[in-house]
Design a protein around this ligand. Structure first.
Ligand code: AMP
Ligand code: MG
Length: 395
């Protein structure tokens, strides 16, 4: 099998899934998920003409008064009757402007003697001065959140003021994590000889912690065909996505591919033209999508960012599931690139991106201190300091 270009592999993986079932979620529970349907205002905002200042509700045409103060309008309340000519109402910020009034005389420009009100300054500059007219932010029926929009705190404010306590989103995908490798021990356990802490599942769970997904860690599975096939079958009973790490290369102990076959899965693709992450694999087992990530922790992380996160966004109904890049200026030259798309661990210093030499795909120190990944397309020509490049921002 030849190496699949990254964008083709992403498209094929996303095509394996469809958005999950729609459910109504409380606004706070919808944060980080994607609106499944458009959210439309069910109330005007503001619902009345409101005062923008503390002062007196008056008719602009009646300046400079005097007026008779006949009552008060406070936030949440209001005057119980319309104002007659040359009547005014005491009014506070956010309070409804009484019928009959059209402007607010701010209190700094007003003098009051009992119920007699006069103007001491210039007064409102126009009819409607110091008033926020009804529905200036939005009117009933206005589109507030588009389908596929990721919900942030700002959308919570908007949908909440728009009259909604819940909004439609997609169910959270259930993600099963399977770590393969005879060398692996649980985190924090002793590591005699060449044993190694199994950090990938924890890293993936951490990456998904802020995302709309429910993670089930199926633990460490030995490099044994039947053990891996059993783990696949068990995970497929409940998971929407099964993520394995390790065992996808071409060594004698790389058994994920044959185990998938044994479990009855169909392989969609294997091996992507990228570095790190070449041995990535995707397929389907029953209703579950299988994503086989390389075991190398740096490769695992990079492929999770480029494939697992977009897949979660796809299942969540995102309008645009693929990660965004931004253009940065290089701080140092980069050599001609080979046939694979490179993701270079880079730091940003004084607004310029630097990718240190020796991009060892097992180097976690460089990954942990990176600000982003410089994306080098296949066959990218040598680049000089000052040239621009695309950067994938990291969490
Ligand atoms: P593999 O793809 O199974 O050949 O693994 C590649 C490298 O990643 C090997 O050095 C493994 O020891 C290491 N590795 C595999 N799985 C994990 C894991 N869950 N956590 C940390 N390192 C791993
Ligand atoms: Mg292995």
């Amino acid at each position: 099998m030849s190496l699949l270009p990254v964008t083709d592999a992403q498209a094929r993986l996303l095509a394996l899934g469809t958005p999950l079932a729609v459910e109504q979620a409380a606004l706070i529970d919808a944060v980080g998920r994607w609106a499944a349907e458009p959210v439309v205002a069910v109330r005007d905002q503001p619902a009345h003409d409101l005062s923008a200042m503390d002062g007196y509700a008056i008719r602009y045409a009646e300046r400079p008064g005097p007026w008779t103060v006949v009552g008060e309008s406070a936030a949440g309340g209001g005057l119980d009757r319309p104002l007659a000519p040359y009547e005014a109402a005491r009014i506070f910020t956010g309070a409804p402007v009484p019928a009959g009034a059209d402007s607010v005389l701010i209190q700094e420009e007003a003098a009051r003697d009992g119920v007699r009100l006069t103007m001491t300054g210039e007064g409102p500059l126009r009819a409607g001065g110091n008033v926020r007219p009804r529905a200036t932010d939005f009117a009933i029926g206005a589109p507030l959140v588009a389908a596929g929009q990721r919900i942030s705190a700002r959308h919570v404010a908007l949908a909440g003021i728009g009259g909604h306590g819940t909004i439609p989103v997609r169910a959270r995908p259930r993600i099963a994590l399977i770590s393969t490798g005879d060398e692996l021990v649980p985190l924090g356990a002793p590591t005699p000889g060449s044993r190694l802490p199994a950090s990938n599942a924890a890293m993936l769970a951490a990456l998904l912690a802020g995302r709309p997904a429910t993670v089930f860690d199926h633990g460490i599975v030995r490099d044994d065909l039947d053990a891996i096939a059993d783990a696949f079958r068990q995970a497929a009973e409940t998971a929407d996505v099964i993520v394995t790490t390790g065992g996808v290369s071409v060594g004698d102990h790389d058994l994920v591919r044959p185990a998938l076959d044994k479990a009855g899965a169909t392989l969609d693709f294997w091996r992507v033209a990228m570095r790190p992450g070449k041995p990535l694999l995707a397929g389907r087992l029953g209703d579950a999508i299988v994503l086989g990530l390389p075991g190398n922790p740096v490769s695992s992380y990079v492929t999770a960012c480029l494939f697992l996160l977009p897949l979660i966004a796809r299942l969540g109904g995102a309008a645009d599931p693929l990660p965004a890049t931004r253009t940065v200026m290089l701080g140092a030259p980069l050599p001609l690139n080979g046939i694979r798309q490179d993701y270079l661990r880079a730091r940003i210093t004084d607004g310029r991106a630097y990718a240190p030499d020796g991009q060892d795909s097992a180097a976690l120190v460089a990954l942990a201190s990176a600000d982003g990944l410089i994306v080098r397309p296949p066959h990218a020509p040598a680049a000089a300091a000052g040239d621009s490049a695309e950067l994938l921002t990291l969490d």
